[in-house]
Write a protein that binds this ligand. Sequence first.
Ligand code: ZEM
Length: 291
Amino acid sequence: MSKPGDFEAVRKDIVGILKQKPYDDGSIGPVLVRLAWHASGTYCKDSDTGGSNGAGMRYEAEGGDPANAGLQHARVFLEPIKEKHSWITYSDLWTLAGVVAIKAMGGPDIAWKAGRSDFADETLLPPRGRLPDGSQAQDHLRHIFYRMGFNDQEIVALSGAHNLGRCHADRSGFEGAWVNNPTRFSNQYFKLLLKLKWEKKQLNRDGAPWQWVARSAGMDDDDEPLMMLPTDFSLTQDAEFRPWVEKYAEDQELFFRDFSNVFAKLIELGVYRDEDGIARFSHLEKGKAEY
Ligand code: ZEM
């Protein structure tokens, strides 16, 4: 047990659990980043519902959404931290873990503020279907991310998170990592999007979705190929998105700065703090949310 409010102690303990040899590429960092993102990415600006506040993934209705498959591992990994620092809310812990993981994997500092509450009751959970579907393309990305209040540049910057981690056949159906070193945050994703010769491939498995695959220089034919989702690839096929892919491929510093800003914005969606610093659902004050 640490002193309530000692977020430095929590940050240290999160860093301490990131390296887990047998798990994926040796780090739970990427799946923690995905947890922070999916906790936040349900936000809708028009109805002012969803978002990280409330930690709705504790409930089956949100946690069991097929879009959240695999994130139970991330939540279980964080359980010892929650037990040790029982004063922290899940909604603060899940967003903080993403920010700490990005930094520890070589990414930028990202502003993070405490104060989220865990009081979502099941009637306040956002409906399923608000998270993006990787098998679609740029129109879908705009539909999903404009709903959260992001613009085209921010959509491309956020997509750069796919420098981290991998797809799992038993979670999303897609398979493989986007970059050669998926536990190191960089702008490699943008470079590879532009540089490699991507080919459409349906993986050899019943019901597998098609994805883009390629091998980078130095990879053997029997190495697992690198991959891109249809949504990732669509960024290069769109007149508004493509210039940002090119800028971020050329300038890692610019990407880090823009990513830091947009991730900080993502984890604040739907979070409003009273003078006491505690975040409340704004729609609770208005009465029950209408979805
Ligand atoms: Zn992802 N993402 N994502 N993403 N994502 C996956 C994995 C990861 C999309 C998507 O369909 C998928 C953002 C945006 C979008 C991460 C972070 C962020 C996977 C693989 C899919 C299918 C899941 C699996 O099988 O385990 C789509 C369509 C997006 C729209 C642009 C944003 C924004 C992110 C953070 C800012 C991360 C870190 C992973 C890797 C997770 C892991 O377990 O390794």
